[in-house]
Design a protein around this ligand. Structure first.
Ligand code: UDP
Length: 321
């Protein structure tokens, strides 16, 4: 029997590369597409020897051509850290809007099922806690994060448009904070920043007073949730994340203690529109396809530390702030 074939945009990024591996392991042929502005070929280099793996160096905001059949299109291309949005605002807007349009057009042409990587950022600085999928959000469209938040909200609307008008089989996952091996060391997000700083024996930079909360999901759990959502019948957005909520100060202390080099914690200015709280309500995923996270924070951080240990030492990249 012929193997099904998946296109993964942003396939050389953090989540994309884990998806490439998962789909290959589960019997798919995989086309990984990336323009490598935030993705990195090192994330997929060991897949090149697999005859079922192809890499297309391409920008998905331009016309995309993939020859042959496609059964699934997973649209994961986008800068994904607040510091990236500041440096790449136009690309962030374009990949969420034009890129989503192109990826949907391709899925439609191929008769493929489409899955959009959406985000908890759709909820903005939320007034409902924890966040359920029926909450419409509290987003500042003209703030520095607006380029990401609004592009993703537009992407959700575009996905529903293709579903309702063209009958494309679509799925939307709202991804909450996720961590694990292959995060970019200097992408500026909390975990890469804290872990790199702690490994170098530098001060950990907590923004604001650190009382804002996040809920961190280990990457393997997220990938399993995405896999199950894709194969479910659910068209409306579905949260995937780990509900274990903590303050950013607690998170920094945990990383510092795990690394054990006695770094100090220092406080820096809180970025504009930084959400005060964030925690997924995952009742929907639990009820629909029996998903819940299995890797607790201590275990996930230990696995992530192994990756950072072997990469931070060889890297000269410093934390961006
Ligand atoms: N943060 C921090 N120090 C850093 C990087 C991030 O205190 O060096 C904070 C940030 O202000 C936010 C939280 O950690 O409150 C999570 O930030 P991240 O950039 O990982 O993603 P976000 O959840 O804001 O999209």
């Amino acid at each position: 029997m012929k193997k099904p074939r998946a296109l993964i945009t942003g396939g050389a990024g953090f989540l994309g590369s884990h998806l490439c591996e998962r789909f290959l392991a589960d019997g798919y042929r995989v086309v990984c597409m990336d323009n490598l502005i935030t993705g990195d070929l090192r994330n997929v280099e060991r897949l090149f020897s697999d005859p079922d793996f192809q890499f297309h160096h391409q920008d998905v905001t331009e016309f995309i051509h993939v020859s042959g059949e496609l059964d699934v299109v997973l649209h994961f291309a986008s800068p994904a850290s607040p510091i990236d949005y500041l440096e790449l605002p136009i690309q962030t807007l374009k990949v969420g809007s034009l890129g989503t349009h192109k990826a949907l057009g391709l899925a439609h042409a191929k008769g493929a099922r489409f899955l959009l990587a959406s985000t908890s950022e759709c909820y903005g600085d939320p007034l409902i806690h924890p966040q359920t999928e029926d909450y419409w959000g509290n987003v500042n469209p003209v703030g520095p994060r607006g380029v990401y938040d609004e592009a993703k909200r537009f992407a959700e609307a575009m996905t529903m448009g293709y579903h309702r008008f063209h009958g494309v089989e679509t799925r939307i996952v709202r991804i909450f904070n996720t961590y694990g091996p292959r995060m970019r060391l200097n992408d500026g997000r909390a975990l890469p920043a804290f872990m790199s700083q702690a490994l170098r024996g530098e001060d950990l930079t907590v923004f604001g007073d650190g009382s804002q909360t996040r809920s961190f999901c280990y990457v393997d759990d997220l990938i399993e949730g995405i896999w199950r959502l894709l194969h479910s019948d659910e068209v409306m957005p579905t949260n995937i994340g780990n509900p274990a909520e903590m303050t950013i100060l607690q998170f920094a202390e945990k990383v510092r203690d795990l690394v054990g080099k006695g770094s100090k914690i220092v406080f820096r200015k809180l970025p504009q529109d930084d959400p005060r709280v964030r925690q997924p309500d995952i009742a929907k995923a639990r009820n629909l396809f029996g998903w819940e996270p299995e890797v607790n924070l201590d275990e996930g951080l230990r696995r992530t530390l192994e990756y950072f240990r072997s990469n931070v030492e060889v890297s000269n990249e410093s934390v961006r702030r």
